[in-house]
Design a binder for this molecule. Structure first.
Ligand SMILES: NC(=O)c1ccc[n+]([C@@H]2O[C@H](COP(=O)([O-])OP(=O)(O)OC[C@H]3O[C@@H](n4cnc5c(N)ncnc54)[C@H](OP(=O)(O)O)[C@@H]3O)[C@@H](O)[C@H]2O)c1
Length: 283
């Protein structure tokens, strides 16, 4: 049995969609906090089990009989994600899970991003647990940018603080497909995959492609970190998230979201989805 934790995340849904093309629904368990959010999965024959990263006992019950677990990193940045992930790893070990694939961050070994800390600690904890692991070190989602196309069109500009930093972002569904491959094929135990898009781009290049596709110039405006953070606060984003986003942009300007790795295309067996295609499907 394959268990997807945080299955109601956008990534989790895409992983399950990809798994369903490879194995019967009867072999898939979706770990969810709210079954109402997972009716689409249940309708496809996927089993639902309650799995809250803050509930160690519940996690152990949920993971009984599971062979492979995809631990999708928690989206709750206000919580101790490190503790939440440790709860899942402990429960999986007690339940006898045979392999844990963890969605980490690109360049986790060297990343100085604020976001990287939880991932680095989780990788260390998982390695020390003795449970066979796979680190799926996911790069940035292209959707992190395309998700704010409506805002960019409204304001007539894209703002950020990543300068000329090259960003090896990839489509969320490509990372999902890679996870599904790892969960349904052999030979991935204790492997580390640096997952990144084939064609890195700067935000100027992103703005050029968006402008071309919408038929209107939407320039990229690079801001100092503080000004960028102030703009995000002004747009109503919570401060904790703003700190992380501004810090990540500065990291991107220093190449921390860049990678030459071809692991993603290698796992999914095709070139990664292009920026052009992700933009086209978002407008
Ligand atoms: N690579 C990137 O660019 C990037 C960007 C954003 C996030 N991420 C990371 O990658 C993960 C997947 O990305 P995504 O875009 O699919 O995220 P998402 O759609 O925002 O989903 C976040 C998930 O975290 C789950 N979660 C929060 N607290 C939890 C808890 N206590 N127990 C169990 N689950 C909990 C949420 O559960 P509910 O569905 O029950 O609310 C939700 O499913 C994120 O959680 C985040 O760690 C990566």
């Amino acid at each position: 049995m394959i268990f997807i934790a945080a299955a109601t995340s956008q990534l989790g849904n895409l992983v399950i969609q990809s798994l369903l093309e490879k194995i019967p629904a009867s072999q898939i368990i979706a770990g969810v906090r709210d079954t109402n959010k997972a009716q689409n999965l249940s309708a496809k024959g996927v089993t639902l089990r309650i799995a809250d990263y803050n509930d160690p006992d519940g996690l152990e019950r949920a993971l009984l009989g599971v062979d492979k677990l995809l631990l999708i990193s928690s989206g709750d940045i206000a919580a101790s994600r490190q503790q939440q992930h440790a709860n899942v790893i402990d429960a999986a070990k007690k339940a006898g899970v045979g392999l844990i694939a963890y969605t980490s961050i690109l360049n986790a070994d060297t990343s100085e991003l604020l976001l990287a800390k939880d991932h680095q600690e989780t990788e260390k904890y998982l390695k020390a647990s003795g449970v066979p692991y796979v680190f799926l070190r996911d790069g940035w989602y292209i959707e992190n940018y395309t998700g704010s196309i409506p805002v960019a069109l409204q304001h007539g500009a894209i703002i950020g603080a990543s300068g000329d930093g090259k960003i090896s972002a990839a489509a969320r569904k490509d990372y999902a497909e890679a996870a599904a491959v790892v969960l349904t094929s052999d030979g991935h135990e204790n492997k580390i995959y640096e997952l990144a898009g084939d064609n890195a781009f700067t935000l100027n290049e992103y703005a050029d492609e968006l402008s071309k596709q919408v038929g209107k110039t939407i320039p990229y405006v690079n801001l100092p970190k503080d000004e960028y953070a102030a703009a995000l606060v002004g747009a109503g984003l919570p401060e904790a998230l703003v700190n992380i986003l501004a810090d990540s942009d500065i990291g991107a300007s220093k190449g921390q979201l860049y990678s030459k790795s071809k692991d993603l295309g290698g796992l999914i067996g095709r070139p990664t989805t292009t920026l052009k295609d992700v933009i086209a499907s978002s407008i």
